[in-house]
Design a binder for this molecule. Sequence first.
Ligand SMILES: Nc1nc2c(ncn2[C@@H]2O[C@H](COP(=O)(O)OP(=O)(O)O)[C@@H](O)[C@H]2O)c(=O)[nH]1
Ligand SMILES: [Mg+2]
Length: 245
Amino acid sequence: MSKGSQYDENKIMNIQILICGNVAVGKTSIVKQYTEESYSHRYHNTLQSELSKKEEIINQEKVNVYIIDAPGDSRLVDLTKQMIRQAEGYIFVYDIYDKQSFRDIELWITLIKNTKSEFEQCQCILIGNKIDSRRNSSEDITYEQGNQKAKNFNMQFFETSAREGTNIVQAIKKLAISIYHQKKGSIKQQNIINEQQQSKQKDMILLQPQESSNTLIHSSDLHQMTTQPKTKKSLWSKIKSCFGK
Ligand SMILES: Nc1nc2c(ncn2[C@@H]2O[C@H](COP(=O)(O)OP(=O)(O)O)[C@@H](O)[C@H]2O)c(=O)[nH]1
Ligand SMILES: [Mg+2]
């Protein structure tokens, strides 16, 4: 444990999230609001993927949440393939006044799906941003439309305002919590597999009657010998060869 910290620095979980969506929907503003609680009216097109970090406490453990801010220009997407694969969770963002950005969510999902083979197991959220200046005109994407799309893709849905900070922390923390629990689950699963493998190795019977012979026969092979007559012959020849017979 590092001096002055109540957390074991070696055991801190890192979570990587990729935020994507069309240009100018507010991705960079969402990330800035989440990590720095700040907002800028000035628009800077994100040309390169940027990485931001925020420390969260989840389940009384310190967790580093890294957010990869992808460039909105899909022509630059090749640059981020590595990042798509590395990410463990995804935030899809549209602007509630920009119907094209809402339609293009499908394209972003397809792009990620085609790049990340385990996408179906990944945690994702859908964000409809810029609710601070909702005009309630027929041009806006309604909450119901956003929610329906999120349901279709089995994601949680949030409407946010990066400008006012509405729902930003809640949305991203909720995603981080889901990823945390999923990783803990799979870490537990991995520990069980490791333990099983270790105990299997202990069970290994090493038959070394000859100096040169180093053939390993697993105890389950021996079990097969007694229960499955078909495999007897090959196993017997394996054993015989060990004894040089
Ligand atoms: N009204 C409003 N404007 C926003 C909001 N979020 C971002 N913007 C503005 O939308 C523009 C694009 O934001 P940016 O974060 O750079 O979008 P990105 O291209 O998706 O990263 C900027 O002028 C922001 O100030 C929001 O929640 N409300
Ligand atoms: Mg940006």
